[in-house]
Write a protein that binds this ligand. Structure first.
Ligand SMILES: C[S@@+](CC[C@H](N)C(=O)[O-])C[C@H]1O[C@@H](n2cnc3c(N)ncnc32)[C@H](O)[C@@H]1O
Length: 240
């Protein structure tokens, strides 16, 4: 599969994550040295959900790793609507990890880029590591969906692994993505190439600043933050 068109085709991305779903949690934790968990917590802190938040979306929810952090920080939340194009990721996650909170989770299998989520239906929108598999025009669609779906006063936060662009860290970051990840995958996962594929999306993504500008153009208040010298970046804010 080659060319931007194909790599960013939602059905192609769905295939990558359906194939990864069994091993995604362990692999992403190990290969990020545990940073992904810390960044999910920081994303929830940046969300700063309003005290009256009851219902909201976890977009590109995957295996739902952000839910424990979100519900611990905001015990008053009644319902998280998890949206993901890959039901494989979700099914396994609910069965294995989230039985005790399953009554507060609703799952919508949907391509977010073609989604008809209702206007002003969310007190909050959170999303962890779901930006990198979109190109610029898809990011614009997503920004417009966030502005449409949030109720006035509602808050959002997105975080994504990013290119640190710091001279001393960048070579390490690229070595990790381009050499270490494919090697681990080759040895431990018998040569499947889906996790290395996720590495390719990360290199092409850059950071969340461009997506932040798109959210601003949609009229949202936006704050851009770097995490661990820019190895992850987040955009968070509110609809006034
Ligand atoms: C890297 S995983 C992130 C999962 C989880 N949020 C986390 O914190 O680990 C990205 C998720 O985005 C989903 N995804 C990719 N494209 C999508 C789309 N167009 N619509 C909905 N979900 C999508 C994938 O199926 C995958 O579960």
């Amino acid at each position: 599969m080659s060319g931007e068109q194909n790599l960013y085709d939602p059905q192609y991305v769905k295939g990558v994550f359906d194939r990864c779903s069994d091993r995604y949690i362990a692999f992403s934790y190990a290969c990020s040295f545990g940073f992904t968990e810390r960044w999910r917590r920081q994303c929830v802190a940046a969300l700063a959900a309003p005290a009256d938040a009851r219902v909201g979306y976890d977009l590109m929810a995957g295996t739902g790793e952000v839910w424990p952090h979100l519900l611990a920080a905001n015990p008053e939340i009644e319902r998280i609507i998890a949206v993901d194009i890959s039901s494989g990721m979700h099914r396994r996650a609910l069965a294995r990890l989230h039985i005790m909170r399953a009554h507060r989770i609703e799952f919508v299998e949907d391509d977010i880029l073609a989604s008809e989520l209702p206007d002003e239906s969310a007190d909050f929108i959170v999303s962890t590591f779901g930006l990198k598999t979109f190109n610029a025009s898809q990011h614009r669609k997503l920004a417009s969906l966030v502005a449409r779906v949030l109720r006035p006063g509602g808050r959002f936060a997105f975080i994504e692994a990013s290119d640190p662009r710091v001279w001393w860290l960048r070579p390490l970051y690229l070595f990790h993505l381009k050499v270490v990840l494919p090697l681990i995958e080759c040895i431990l996962l018998r040569g499947a190439q889906d996790f290395s594929m996720i590495g390719n999306y990360s290199t092409a993504f850059g950071d969340a600043s461009a997506f932040g500008s798109m959210l601003e153009r949609e009229g949202l208040i936006v704050r851009f933050q770097k995490h661990f010298f820019g190895c992850a970046t987040s955009v968070s804010g509110a609809k006034s």
